[in-house]
Write a protein that binds this ligand. Sequence first.
Ligand SMILES: [Zn+2]
Length: 286
Amino acid sequence: MRIRLVAFFVMAAAALICFSGPSSSSELLSARCSAPEAAEVSRAFARDSGPSLKESIDPRYEKRYVQWKDEFLAAEIARVQWELYAKHPHLTLTITISPANKHGAGTGNYKWNENGELIEATIFLGSRIDEGYPSSVYYPVMNALEPYEQNQMISRNVLAAAKIAHEFGHVMKIADTPEDLYKLQLKLVPIYNKIFLSNGHNVNDPRLVEMAQQMGGNPVEIWEDREYWGEANAMLYLRDRMAKEGFQCRLFNKIKRMVEQYAKRYEDRFTEIAKSRGVNYSCSWK
Ligand SMILES: [Zn+2]
């Protein structure tokens, strides 16, 4: 678990253009490198997103997309991740808006090259991702924002930006997943589910045990692990975006309670962020 945690944070923060420096995840999380300052944020839209980051946005969604992107890039870590993909040496990341799942978002269209490197991925944003709080069970970070928006302490665009950060988390994680493993999971999950539904929901069925071993967990474990990595990146975004807000501790404590209740086995990745730079150390999450 520790190695995977470090790998994720290395990916999340490695674009910090300080390749020669930090070697541990906490060092990376505390690094401050050459990301643009807040005053430069509005200029982000004037500049090209970069040859490796393609924004394919239907004109009818452009206005709201710019607001969501503006909100996302208001956080230092988001600017760093954006730059990483804009200048990525082999991955082309496309961001588009799909009206199909208007409050949701997803990541897909993955392609790898012969060296096993991820070369294509697409983030699909719903047309109204600034609405709709997902459940606290699998989305403890995005869900925790709801009362703050209701009390007008944050705008709806923060929810949209957290959803974008969540999807960036998926891209970072998939780039770290071997193509063979991903394709094996795609192949075995439907077979696993079919057996599970026909054997009286017996997860101890030797066929299911063997399949879970091959693909690194049962379908629920694989899915929730991916979702909690997305949430970890949404929390990184909030760490930087809410750094100056007096309620950051309360917000993080709410996330902590939900993680403890529903995602105890994945707690480390959230704790790592709560303990990192930018978070008020009077927060109780240690
Ligand atoms: Zn997700």
